[in-house]
Design a protein around this ligand. Sequence first.
Ligand SMILES: [Zn+2]
Length: 403
Amino acid sequence: MSLRLIRSRRLRPAVVLGALAGLAATAVARPPSFAPWIDGTAAREPDMQVQAIDPDTFVLRQSVRTNFEAPFLYLLFGTDRALLLDSGAGGLAVRPTVDRLVVRWRQRHGGRPVHLVVAHSHGHGDHHAGDAEFEDRPDTEVVGLRPEQVAAFFQVADWPRGTGRYDLGGRVLAVVPTPGHEPAHIMVYDPRTQLLLSGDMLYPGRLYVPVSRFAEFRDSAARLAAFAATHPIRALLGAHIEMTTTPGQDFPMQAATHPHEHPLPLPPSAIAELLAATEHAGPAPTIDRHRDFILYPRPASLGPSSAISASQPAWSSPSNRPGDGLSRSSTPSSRPSATIGTTSSDADAASQAIWPGKACTSVTSCVVRVAAAVPHTPRPNGMRMHAALPWNGPSTSSSPTAR
Ligand SMILES: [Zn+2]
């Protein structure tokens, strides 16, 4: 946490001290380690890739070839219910993969019924395009996209100041309202894994914020910091990756491939860094480039429709995610030799890849097929950038962008 943040008059001392305590509480936690994600660079790749963090927690990545947004979806199981957070950006069938994971989970639990809840990090089109696939699915409910619908479902009494909860059965999730990027945006915290599913508010990429909602976004960042002060957070897992492994460097907008992607997890220190960035943004916030994310205020003059082109099938909703066409994207420069993915043996053992619609007969065969389809470059030095991330303390990264 920077001195500038501590000096900020907007922050109460208790929040600052709490944030520091929260960071300290995460000192022993390590982020999950993933095998390399599909990134569009191979000759062939599956429409969707799945990696398991544990037997009840799955991360699904949509291929950038099906939609340039290449979002991440999350599937969490409790003893009675499962939560699918986001249903994709369109351009593929999501339900077969989800059904396969549910079937397999049930097989491991004596055929126990699983009620599926499809909810969303927020209401932009690249996060709910697959909802229709689930509307007629048995024992399934799809949560609405409006803030009042989200608040009602997750029992948020005082949106956005309150914190909601949802019990999957022996696994009670906390739901943190974080409007700003979009009015119904939430983050989902899982005490079991100590993971915070951070949606589009905080991920390694361009954090779009309409200027007209910047104050709301900043308030959400402050509440998020307060939440982090009282909850151990192992890592943040967001909904996209738009940063490269070169610090501060993003992919071009609508990039067809994502070579050398930044790792998916962000350290909990990113919360304090984001809050500090919002505090320093002032009344006319501008693009603020950090090592692991770019705070990206969106001019109020740009309505959602102006950011949508016919070539963007995912943005079918009037509440689409803004951003493209906003201007400055940057082309990644020379790449470091390191790329994503440390190779923790624990995580690798737990990792599973599924190739929907490709006659996947077993997890093992699917893993083999994906591995064959997505060759990886050697990483003799491991994941340099990941190793440098300040998991156990305040971030020291700075913004090369003039404030
Ligand atoms: Zn998104």
